[in-house]
Design a protein around this ligand. Sequence first.
Ligand SMILES: [Zn+2]
Length: 128
Amino acid sequence: MEMTCLKCGYVASAGEFKWLCFTGCPACGGSELRECPVCGTHNVLHKNEALEDEEELMKELSRELAAIPANAPQFMLDRAKDIIGKLGSFNRRWNIAALDEFITERQKELGVGLGKSSKATAEVGAEK
Ligand SMILES: [Zn+2]
């Protein structure tokens, strides 16, 4: 998904514009504010429905992940690992710093997703 800077006309994928915050009504998706990497202008990104669905799914997964305690049984930890993987791959497109922090925090607390495989995944993501 591409966006264009209103001020300098820079065009890039939305992921290159730094995510700042949601504007409008967060509950119904609304739109979000992103900063132009060239001139720093704040641009509003209007999201299409597909992205709103994805956002909704991310919120649900985040809630589920937040509810898993550190002393959870193995099947829940497996589920946590699964969710962390999914959220991580969504966030490559969304670049939400707070979500990244949340994922890292949960990985530490639950002791999942810190193995070799997740590091390799992170590296693949960084190359993209
Ligand atoms: Zn610009």
